[in-house]
Design a protein around this ligand. Structure first.
Ligand code: IMP
Length: 178
């Protein structure tokens, strides 16, 4: 079976950095009236986005992490989402932003937004580094989007194929899917 490679760079490390700085500035401006932000990062794909985003933010904030089921060795969603690791702290009354790597069909985010909204945060918004609008099957709201991309399976900058490629500093298309 051929091993997949990721040589077609779609978004360079520099472009990603610049865009994330812009997103961080936008979020700080939008939440200027709020004392304290609480960011909920979706593991594992959202980690690089989270760490680069908060590095340029100066306001008081706290972090928590949640893990949902992923595609495993497949490049398309089964449509079923499971909670693998819950948050460590309650979010009731907090101003929460979900930090996610990519919104594809939207099913994962729809599920996550529903369970978090039921915990009565004061506000709930979502930031995704990437979006594939042509793949959306549900009408999920994402307030902050880094880049809209075409329908290709991408890896790098936290995104994986079968747990590989997360460490790439850029985002690349998976050249060969077995
Ligand atoms: P959705 O539920 O179809 O929106 O899929 C969301 C999840 O699928 C993301 O959190 C990613 O983990 C994964 N995913 C979707 N598209 C890609 C991709 O192109 N590369 C890597 N992971 C992806």
């Amino acid at each position: 079976m051929p091993s997949p490679t990721a040589t077609t760079i779609l978004l360079s490390a520099d472009r990603i950095r610049q865009r994330i700085e812009g997103m961080a500035a936008q979020i700080e401006q939008d939440y200027a009236h709020v004392d304290h932000l609480h960011l909920v990062c979706v593991l594992k794909g959202g980690v690089m986005f989270l760490t680069d985003l908060v590095r340029t933010m100066t306001r008081p904030l706290t972090l928590d992490f949640i893990a949902l089921s992923s595609y495993g060795q497949s490049t398309s969603s089964s449509g079923e989402v499971k909670l693998l690791k819950d948050l460590d702290t309650p979010i009731s009354g907090r101003d929460v932003i979900i930090i996610e790597d990519i919104v594809d069909t939207g099913l994962t985010l729809m599920y996550l937004q529903d369970i978090l909204r039921a915990r009565t945060p004061r506000s709930l918004r979502t930031a995704c580094l990437l979006s594939k609008p042509s793949r959306r099957t549900v009408d999920v709201k994402v307030e902050y989007i880094g880049f809209e991309i075409e329908d290709r399976f991408v890896v790098g900058y936290g995104l994986d194929f079968d747990q590989r490629f997360r460490n790439l500093p850029y985002i690349a298309a998976l050249d060969e899917v077995p």
